[in-house]
Design a protein around this ligand. Structure first.
Ligand SMILES: NC(=O)C1=CN([C@@H]2O[C@H](COP(=O)(O)OP(=O)(O)OC[C@H]3O[C@@H](n4cnc5c(N)ncnc54)[C@H](OP(=O)(O)O)[C@@H]3O)[C@@H](O)[C@H]2O)[C@@H](O)CC1
Ligand SMILES: [K+]
Length: 521
């Protein structure tokens, strides 16, 4: 159930179903019934007056069906059409014909003395920005403050990207069919949808074998079989050794947050490394986490020669500049899995895009001329030249510094970045996207708004590192980490600070452990 289908793929699912013998009219009848069922839940009793706003395509067709079914059970339903009834085609024209009462023009006046609005203006067939009369209507609906139930997607939301084309309806609930679309989860679409219900309208699961979707909504089912649970007789080193590289003395908090994330995610051993002043400070703050004074690229290379140290995080609090560049390149030469976050990413920013970076890069060049300038291509070549996986965890700003302005939806941008860099990308945000170089992608949807708090990204990077230390494959580790992070924030509730996240993880992990299929314990 976690597959996400673009509007084009949904259309294909529809065609395959019809080719299998199910008439399109039946699909529309079931779609309209699903809409009517949810609409009934949003009313305040039989006297509720409902405005159904229908558009010129099959989204409007679903609206006509819902209107008829709601009227049949006693609701006071009015139907308004954008455009001409004579221009309706196919199944939508047939469903309009079955509506027994007058069809009025859809204008802002339609909203007067209504209680609920059903938005059946545009769905999967939105092909351009909404303008003119249609835009005026959408704006009037939003200004009315009436509760809105959207059919398939709120009109104006692009089902593929979640972007607003022109203007868009703000719905309280949305009913979609067979599978969600990326636009239900990507911002701002996700906000405009309200609560999303997915209805079964008789499209068989077998169409997925043809469509082979490569985009999913994050859920444990996707990665739980790759999760490594503690086993009887296991040794701590069986669960990996995560190494967290600290920044200088006044920036050690980020490494500590990452380290606790890694340890709580189940890494057997976690060591924080840094220069002697930084580690002296850290040592007064941690107990089950080890601390070693290891500083500079050469020392890091030597430290990582011990292959039991199998996952490394660098970036949180690292500082931007040539030292971090050298550290990252040394770490990438090791056999460990690597997580690059924050300053480890910005240190490779394209100098052309970033004045501060340009200056730092010039200095670096002066001292390290043989290694070439610190730029994204240097980083990507180092990633592609190694065996063990790399996960990068940029927010939008860091992403832009490394990859520039890429075209397409957030999913497409993350996919391109993963392919270009050879790393698994966690493109963070309310709608975090995880993408692998082979094209697989996941949209995360469980992060509460209060997760946007200082240091929460450091904990996330630490959780990824902890899972990589346990030898979870990188794409699955990244997806699991993002999900656990969101779940932990929800479990803690409002008032959360980053320090709280690692300590809520056990509760989340215990629930997963209790629910996982038998025989895997
Ligand atoms: N697939 C399924 O499984 C099932 C799908 N079902 C339903 O069908 C819906 C998809 O129907 P659809 O393809 O007819 O597209 P829809 O969204 O009604 O819009 C197309 C019309 O709008 C017009 N138009 C577009 N943009 C415009 C704009 N900005 N401003 C003005 N006009 C604009 C466009 O005009 P054109 O581009 O052709 O000039 C065309 O006339 C889907 O969302 C779901 O609700 C269910 O019934 C059952 C199973
Ligand atoms: K709609």
């Amino acid at each position: 159930m976690n597959e996400l289908l673009t509007p084009a793929e949904t259309g294909e699912a529809d065609r395959l179903t019809e080719a299998g013998g199910t008439p399109g009219l039946d699909l529309m009848a079931r779609a309209g019934k699903a809409v009517a069922d949810v609409a009934a839940l949003m009313t305040r009793g039989p006297d509720t007056r409902i405005a159904v706003l229908c558009g010129p395509g099959n989204n409007g067709g679903d609206g006509f069906v819902a209107a008829r079914l709601l009227r049949n059970v006693g609701f006071d339903v009015r139907v308004f059409l954008l455009g001409d009834k004579s221009a309706l085609k196919g199944d939508a024209a047939e469903m309009a014909r079955r509506w027994p009462l007058p069809i009025r023009a859809a204008t802002p006046d339609a909203l007067q003395s209504m209680y609920l609005v059903i938005d059946a203006l545009f769905g999967a067939g939105l092909s351009r920005p909404i303008e003119g009369d249609a835009a005026e209507l959408v704006e009037a609906v939003n200004a009315s403050g009436l509760p809105v139930l959207a059919v398939d997607v709120p009109s104006g939301v692009d089902g593929a990207s979640g972007e607003v084309r022109g203007v868009a309806i703000k719905a309280r609930r949305t009913v979609t069919f067979f599978r969600k679309k990326p636009g239900h989860l990507l911002m701002p679409g996700r906000d405009l949808c309200g609560e999303v219900t997915v209805a079964d309208i008789g499209i068989p699961e077998s169409v997925l074998e043809t469509l082979k979707p490569r985009l999913h909504e994050n859920a444990p089912g996707i990665w739980i079989s790759d999760f490594n649970w503690p086993t009887d007789g296991g040794h701590k080193y069986d669960r990996g050794h995560a190494v967290i590289v600290s920044g200088p003395a006044l920036q050690t908090g980020a490494a500590r947050l990452g380290a606790r994330g890694a340890l709580r995610a189940g890494a057997g051993v976690v060591t924080i490394v840094g220069n002697s002043t930084a580690t002296a400070i850290i040592a007064t703050q941690v107990t089950s986490i080890m601390v070693r004074s290891v500083s500079g690229a050469k020392a890091l290379s030597e430290f990582l020669r011990d292959q039991r140290r199998n996952a490394v995080l660098i970036g949180p609090g690292a500082s931007v500049g040539p030292d971090t560049v050298a550290d990252v390149l040394a770490i990438l030469k090791s056999s460990a899995s690597v997580v690059l976050d924050a300053d480890a990413l910005t240190s490779f920013a394209d100098p052309e895009d970033d004045g501060d970076r340009a200056e730092a890069s010039m200095g670096f060049l002066a001292r390290n001329g043989d290694r070439g300038p610190a730029q994204p291509s240097t980083l990507f070549a180092a990633i592609k030249g190694r065996q063990a996986p790399v996960v990068m965890t940029p927010h939008e700003g860091e992403f832009k510094r490394l990859f520039g302005e890429l075209p397409g939806s957030k999913v497409e941008r993350a996919r391109t970045a993963a392919e270009q860099s050879g790393a698994v990308i966690i493109l963070k945000g309310t709608d975090t996207v995880i993408a692998a170089p082979d094209g697989r992608a996941i949209i995360n949807s469980n992060a509460p708004s209060w997760l946007a708090t200082a240091g929460s990204g450091d904990v996330l990077a630490g959780i990824v590192t902890g899972l990589l230390a346990q030898r979870m494959p990188a794409f699955e580790a990244a997806s699991a980490a993002v999900w656990l992070h969101g779940e932990a924030a929800s479990a803690f509730g409002i008032g959360l600070i980053a320090e709280d996240l690692p300590d809520v993880l056990p509760k989340v992990l215990q629930k997963l452990y209790a629910e996982k299929p038998r025989g895997r314990r």
